[in-house]
Design a protein around this ligand. Structure first.
Ligand SMILES: O=P(O)(O)OC[C@H]1O[C@@H](O)[C@H](O)[C@@H](O)[C@@H]1O
Length: 256
């Protein structure tokens, strides 16, 4: 049904890049945040400045992961380890005092500014797919690492199309491991009361399709929003996608 194997009765959607056109907004906020930090780091250490790569660094180290994991994992790839700090650390810490939490707060301020200025676009194919799924009686949840999920679902009017939400706030409060661990998707399946084998995961991030594979889900749909980007569809398959589409509307009108 809806382009998925017949045993699938529930759908678990990532948000940024799958339902809404916000993956690129996150990417731009991360790029600005990391580049400012890397510049200060180069000045203080005498090391050469190497900018954050919004394609490769983002896809490998940041995309799909909870905010603090993104900070930690990217900086680790550059050999930088920062103290964790605490949730209320200021976004404008001087270089010497920078913490994982402070850098995350800087990125979040930047992200919210961009969302406020530019708004959030919904992929219309995704809205149509959600409606078709509701009409077909399939269960629907959003599973995102973003702590801004609730607000994004509300401003876009998508909140009414999903039944359950597991997001960055849920993960923090319930100590659930983020993607690429399967735990957030397993929590989504539990919230809908379905066995993971009967649920399909929809993901654009490598960490997310890896979570889908690790959880033993009934299908893992990789969403390749950049079909011109060489190798991305292959990378989605290598990390766990069982099929790859460029838009959810590709699945409408097909059956398997
Ligand atoms: O910073 P937020 O809104 O809590 O989002 C955390 C992560 O959420 C994911 O959905 C995005 O793919 C990442 O880019 C983002 O970093």
């Amino acid at each position: 049904m809806l382009g998925l194997p017949d045993h699938v009765t529930a759908l678990l959607f990532d948000l940024d890049g799958v339902l809404t056109d916000t993956a690129a907004v996150h990417d731009r906020a991360w790029t600005a945040t990391f580049d400012a930090f890397l510049r200060a780091h180069a000045e203080h250490t005498g090391e050469e400045f190497r900018a954050f790569d919004p394609d490769d660094d983002y896809a490998r180290h940041v995309d799909g992961k909870p905010r603090a994991d993104g900070v930690r994992d990217f900086l680790a790839s550059r050999g930088v380890v920062l103290p964790e700090g605490s949730a209320d650390d200021p976004a404008d810490q001087p270089y010497e005092d920078t913490t994982v939490a402070g850098l995350g707060n800087r990125k979040n301020e930047d992200l919210l500014r961009r969302i406020e200025t530019d708004g959030v676009d919904v992929y219309e194919g995704s809205r149509r797919y959600l409606r078709a799924a509701r009409e077909a009686g399939l269960r629907r949840a959003v599973v995102s690492s973003s702590a801004n999920t609730r607000q994004v679902l509300e401003v876009t009017g998508l909140a009414g199309l999903v039944e359950e939400r597991v997001d960055g706030v849920t993960l923090r409060e319930q100590h659930i491991a983020g993607k690429p661990a399967p735990d957030s998707y397993l929590a989504g399946a539990r919230a809908l009361g379905v066995d993971p084998g009967r649920a399909a995961v929809f993901e654009d991030a490598l960490s997310g399709v890896a979570a889908g594979r690790a959880g033993g889900f009934g299908a893992v749909v990789g969403v390749d929003r950049h079909p011109g980007r060489p190798g991305h569809a292959d990378a989605l398959r290598e990390h766990g996608a069982t099929l790859v589409v460029t838009d959810l509307a590709d699945l409408l009108g097909t059956s398997s």
